[in-house]
Ligand binder design. Sequence first.
Ligand SMILES: NC(=O)c1ccc[n+]([C@@H]2O[C@H](COP(=O)([O-])OP(=O)(O)OC[C@H]3O[C@@H](n4cnc5c(N)ncnc54)[C@H](O)[C@@H]3O)[C@@H](O)[C@H]2O)c1
Length: 327
Amino acid sequence: MGSMSDKVLVTGAAGFIGSHLTDLLLKLGYEVVGVDNLSAGRLENLDNALKYKSFKFVRSDILLNDNWIQESKGSSLIFHFAANPEVRHSVREPMNHYEQNLTATMRLLEFARKNDVKLFVFASSSTVYGDPERIPTPEDHPLRPISVYGATKASAEIMCQTYARLYGIKCLILRYANIIGPRLRHGVIYDFLLKLRNNREVLEILGDGTQRKSYLWVGDAVDATVRLADYALRDQGKIFVYNVGNDDWTSVIDIAKTVVEVLGLRSVKFIFRPGTPDGRGWLGDVKLMLLDISKLKEDLRWKPSMSSLEAVKATARSLAEELKMMY
Ligand SMILES: NC(=O)c1ccc[n+]([C@@H]2O[C@H](COP(=O)([O-])OP(=O)(O)OC[C@H]3O[C@@H](n4cnc5c(N)ncnc54)[C@H](O)[C@@H]3O)[C@@H](O)[C@H]2O)c1
């Protein structure tokens, strides 16, 4: 990707995907500046990265502070991963999502404009499609988000594309499915583990359990991310949009069964709490999500290394160990 002498800025570097991405970029020989306010991210996610001389961590809030700007000067590539990723909470706190996901992206785009950045990679989401008409959902499907989170991501995508047209900064928009793996601290698998830590007999499931979504191992996600960045840098185009997900999907009930099995628990009673009359987990929850990833597979000759359920199992094992729950 680019040349090894490139300096790379990763926002949200102490978070789940950002820290795995940082590890990979350092391994490939890049100089990396990682910015995070540690609101959700954790310094221990950067234990490996902090061993590299080529890594600099800057604790900074990209909305409220300016100290990251000086440290990030000279970066030719930006991976903008800082955000508030809690879809569920975006219904209750729309302004926070607007600021953390859209205003913060504007701050980064302005940095890119003023500092001659070559490529701006934006972590978008499958939620931009809302309840899709077509499954698997291709990139040219209309964007009709049903959550404030999804709407902030769709708006930020348009802003990135506009900056590409106006100012010539290449932009790569990655619409991730559910990304899972070690260090994850939000979403259904983490939620089930915390609940089972408190009560090993009853598990409350948000929704009717029939929600079906696609899950991708974080190692696969960051591998595809770096390869796509390399592809975008070498291509003549200005705007690149890719779905990044798995070939298959799995249901919430199967995730619940897998987590229970990994923990070696027996006779756990499942209680379903639908958040809406049609059985969603919460207002704004997309019930069925499977991305069409043929563009990614064809352009990169790439494929996921694990199925959705294999990734769920491996994640449940890793997180159970991190949470010291392996009985
Ligand atoms: N995990 C997924 O399944 C998934 C799916 C689709 C899209 N995404 C997107 O990928 C990105 C990373 O998600 P994640 O799962 O790693 O979440 P995460 O919460 O682990 O990472 C986000 C990081 O950003 C930091 N951050 C938030 N606001 C900040 C601010 N104002 N200034 C500085 N740092 C700030 C947090 O401390 C955190 O470390 C997000 O943009 C998210 O919306 C994630």
